[in-house]
Write a protein that binds this ligand. Sequence first.
Ligand SMILES: *[C@@H]1O[C@H](CO)[C@@H](O)[C@H](O)[C@H]1NC(C)=O
Length: 428
Amino acid sequence: MIPSTIYKLLFFVSPLAVILLGEFPALDADPLTCWLVEEVGSPRSIRQTPVLLVFGDSTGLTPEPPVTPEPGTLVFYLSDPSGQLLSSGFTSCELTRHLPQEVPLNWVRSLTEEQVSPPSLGKEWYTMSMRDDKKGIAVSSVLGPAGDKKDHMAVSLAVYTSSVKVNAPLGKSLALPCGLWRGKQSRFAVEWRHRALGDGKVLYAYDGWRDRIEEELPGYTMNFSTVHSKGDASLILEKVETSHEGTYLCIIYVPYLRAQRDIHLQVTAKPQITLLPSPLFARPGEEVTLFCEISHFHPLEISVDFLVQLPGETSPTLMPGTSLSTHGNNQDGTYTITGYQRFTASPELHGARYSCIVNHASSTKAMSQSQTLQVAGVLGPSIEDGMYLFLVALFLYGFLSYLHRKFKLFFSTSREEPNDKQKKNKGE
Ligand SMILES: *[C@@H]1O[C@H](CO)[C@@H](O)[C@H](O)[C@H]1NC(C)=O
């Protein structure tokens, strides 16, 4: 390559580099306010100190932006090679002190078998937990020392979820989203727990360094190839049952450090709704009970209303005094309930439309079933009745005229036969 080409290339590359640096989020990001939460004193109390997080790069090539914090506010200069901390506007951020340590679990032991702990472990470490309540995303990261300055830190491990609350339809398969960033660290382990009492039950444990599944309950899997290639450690539930509901912990270990994220799973089942009696007939003065049977739904919380749209009115009105039965439990963990509503039939209610409206977590829209009331002996035959009578008359007419023709033929032939014979006889 001749020198002039190199010069030209440099000429093109340098504006590009400037653009790339300008796009780099770490340099653009606004400082973030976080709270350092500590237990202090005796008797112990919680102390909260505001911390201003100033994002920068760890190379020190770009000057740090000037900050003038409020008195009493700490300033941390943070470099984030994971790129996870800048991805959105977090609505809450909390820092706690992190104590690096060995973990006595089978699937974590291999991570520290070398027994060489870097001296930086003796310095200050923090766990930072951030949440974006609007988007439902959350990140937990471990911050460690960067260089010699006490207020300079770098992310060394991050665990994140795209959804802290997951709604899962009963019977379908599902992935509980969890991602990890571990830099160049090749020793790591993934653990999934279902939190019930205490620390909860281990559902799945994977030693990523040895590439070995250490614990695995039936019905739960993980895709190791995506764990290694993309840091996607999502737990796959083969078939969602109501017993799966609850809080899950996605815990990631690297040597001496750990970070975790919680994900809440709600199992939903959409109810079947039947409004009885069907069809809805009544005599004038009769007391009518409407039954709205709502079956096989989950979770239990549900709202049931009855509406009536009277003949000639353009919109329905709420019927007061709906009562609900106690709920029944189905074998699959779903519930069944019946709503009741009473009214007295009268001639004016003929043609009124009664609806049962159900609102439930399994559907963003209200679900409903309707019946139209027919009051006996009112208003005479309706248009529909008239149509039926007409059709019956038409059928009878056709049938009778067919019979008429058939009989006429029969009688005429039976009468003619002897005549023919007679004629023949005469002819012989
Ligand atoms: C794991 O994920 C990869 C990439 O998304 C996919 O091609 C593969 O089929 C998955 N493996 C299993 C066992 O599901």
